[in-house]
Ligand binder design. Structure first.
Ligand code: DX5
Ligand code: ZN
Length: 215
């Protein structure tokens, strides 16, 4: 079954603990944490402290998506804070290969995130080393944007490379996921769906229905 990763970017932070407990109890597999630095993307969100604070709140997978540049000097802080998976944009640091090795050496899962400007050909060399590929279906930097249909072919391409080369990474889709676009992602080969505004702008009593409607 496809996994759901609610993105806390869409949560009113005053309620963060309760909201994470709610999506946990209602079946979310991952908790997606968007880190933005005001440099790789225009917005600023959180640092490693948010991962540290959430670690005792849930046993679900803490799925950290770094939208920062440079990347390398912050990796250990996120690992120590309790991240289970760390994804980053490889073009944001000239040490991408070392970063992947560093994450994996510390028993954490490593992912790469693919900006709409980046092709699969740009990132093929990383695919045998990583655990997750995040296909961005919006320009990274904000929640609540419209799903970019133009990115769906990347899901299909990744699935075909994975099958042909017998690789193991999961394919996660991030941006504009809702009841309709989730089906396009699923049919194209997605394993994990990130959803921020679709879940958290809904009614708390309906989180189970909202999460299940994406599967
Ligand atoms: C965008 C972030 C996403 C964001 C998705 O830069 O990477 O994870 O939270 O939000 P929605 O689901 O509202 O598009
Ligand atoms: Zn994200």
């Amino acid at each position: 079954m496809i996994k759901i990763a609610p993105s806390i970017l869409a949560v009113d932070l005053i309620n963060l603990k309760d909201e994470v407990k709610l999506v946990d109890a209602n079946g979310a597999e991952y908790i997606h944490i968007d880190i933005m630095d005001g440099h790789y993307v225009p917005n600023i969100t959180f640092g490693p402290n948010i991962v540290k604070s959430l670690r005792p709140v849930t046993n679900k997978i803490l799925d950290v998506h770094l939208m920062i540049s440079p990347v390398e000097k912050y990796i250990n802080n996120f690992i120590e804070a309790g991240a289970d998976i760390i994804s980053f944009h490889p073009e944001a640091d000239d040490k991408a290969l070392e970063i992947i090795k560093n994450i994996k050496n510390k028993n954490c899962k490593a992912g790469i995130a693919i900006h709409p400007n980046i092709t699969i050909a740009n990132v093929t060399k990383y695919l045998e080393l990583i655990d997750l590929v995040v296909v961005m279906t919006v320009v990274p930097g904000a929640g609540g944007q419209k799903f970019m249909d133009s990115e769906v072919s990347k899901i299909i391409e990744l699935k075909s490379i994975r099958d042909q080369q017998k690789l193991n990474f999961e394919i996660e889709i991030d941006g504009g996921v809702n009841k309709e676009t989730s089906q396009i992602c699923k049919n194209s080969g997605a394993d994990v769906l990130v959803a921020g505004s679709y879940i958290f702008s809904g009614n708390k009593d309906n989180y189970k229905t909202l999460i299940d409607s994406l599967r």
